[in-house]
Design a protein around this ligand. Structure first.
Ligand code: HEM
Length: 357
């Protein structure tokens, strides 16, 4: 096999985060308002579901939950990306929760995005959680727009485009609807799904990166007629290991690889993807009582991209806003936010989100 071409090891290009509203204080005040709006989304979803307790504000429906997966770091990992627990050949135990993105459970008949939440167990204790969805870029330009759209989505579906038009104007509405349509279209099976971090995260000394989880092999197309996405995935996993590669794009400069603008992609043509690791879910029967109990226990634990060592903290306003919103959401559905997974060399990323430099 020919070796991929990796950029030479060099110090990362200078980068910075900048705050919505122009200052950490202004952004913090805005985030408090956005957190209130997301709380209202969660309450509306609870009402619509008829449940006595709220569920996850988004990604309420688990499609598969698996413990005992493993992430093997690429033995030929580019030296610059070999940071902390990501050392060539290292194997990390890992859990995986696959979900539909909606805040309301549904039978899979409606078009919906999909999410993958990874919990890497760190050798020194603690966890590094990585959350991804099945489209390279966010539909929302920034945190404000994300919450605005999440709020619109809790209303009647038929009125959403019109309401969006009034709130965002024609250009942004068209862009958002195109993004959502592309992200929720297609009938790919979960085992062949691609997932992106969409936002950037710090990769210790390597600087900011974006991540992608992509299937290691073609394994079995689409669900059969009448078969749910979850059942199709379970059927494939019953007969074979399923594997994805985790790859990273590195920050280049603010124009080609923006940190604060979540709806602009880091172009594949401009920025190479570098293989970081391979995630393998071992062949198993998800229908046994043990596997079901493990999946339910996993479903009951909150994920948060800020459950990460400080040296791997998420970056950009769309990520900064997630820290407290996920924690507050989990407080309401699980009675806890799951704590800072971190525990890595540099401690959990529970530091104030306004630690931008
Ligand atoms: C930018 C890229 C984003 C990605 C890749 C992403 C991905 C995900 C995933 C995979 C989950 C499910 C986690 C699980 O399995 O427990 C999730 C949940 C959630 N997301 Fe995001 N998300 C993004 C942005 C946002 C933003 C900007 C907000 C809010 C402003 C948000 C709000 C939420 C909430 C409230 C939950 C439920 C958390 C809980 O109650 O445990 N997400 N997201």
């Amino acid at each position: 096999m020919t070796q991929p071409h990796y950029p030479p090891t060099a110090a990362p290009a200078p980068w910075r985060e900048s705050f919505l509203g122009g200052s950490p204080q202004a952004e913090a005040a805005l985030f408090r308002t956005l957190a209130e709006q997301m709380r209202a989304v969660q309450m509306r979803n609870q009402q619509a579901s008829g449940q006595s307790r709220p569920g996850r504000t988004l990604h309420a429906q688990m499609l598969a939950g698996m413990v005992g997966a493993r992430l093997e770091v690429n033995p030929q990992l580019a030296p610059g990306l070999a940071q902390a627990h990501f050392q060539p050949g290292a194997v990390l135990a890992c859990d995986l929760r696959l979900s539909f993105a909606s805040g309301l459970a549904h039978g899979g008949l409606q078009r919906d995005m999909r999410g993958a939440a990874l919990r890497l167990h760190l050798p020194q204790g603690g966890a590094h959680e990585i959350l991804l969805t099945n489209f390279p870029v966010s539909h929302a330009r920034d945190a404000r727009q994300f919450v605005e759209i999440a709020t619109l989505m809790t209303g009647p579906k038929a009125l959403m485009p019109l309401k969006m038009l009034l709130r965002l104007g024609p250009g942004e509405t068209l862009r958002v609807l195109r993004n959502l349509s592309a992200a929720t279209g297609g009938l790919r099976g979960l085992a062949e799904e691609n997932f992106w971090s969409r936002g950037a995260l710090l990769w210790s000394e390597a600087g900011p990166v974006r991540l992608k989880l992509h299937p290691a092999a073609a394994v079995g197309g689409v669900p059969a007629e009448g078969e749910s996405v979850a059942a199709h995935f379970a059927r494939l996993l019953a007969s074979q290991d399923l594997a994805w590669h985790l790859s990273a794009q590195r920050y280049q400069d603010e124009t080609r690889t923006p940190i604060e603008d979540g709806c602009t992609g880091w172009s594949d043509a401009d920025v190479p993807w570098e293989r970081v690791a391979t995630l393998t879910v071992p062949r198993q029967d998800l229908g046994t009582p043990t596997a079901s109990a493990q999946a339910q226990a996993l479903d009951a634990t909150p994920f948060n991209p800020w459950h990460a060592p400080q040296a791997f903290r998420p970056l950009g306003n769309l990520n900064r806003v997630r820290r407290d919103i996920y924690a507050a959401s989990a407080q309401r559905w699980a009675g806890r936010d799951g704590g800072g997974g971190g525990g890595g060399r540099d401690g959990a990323a529970g530091a104030p989100p306004h630690s931008a430099r």
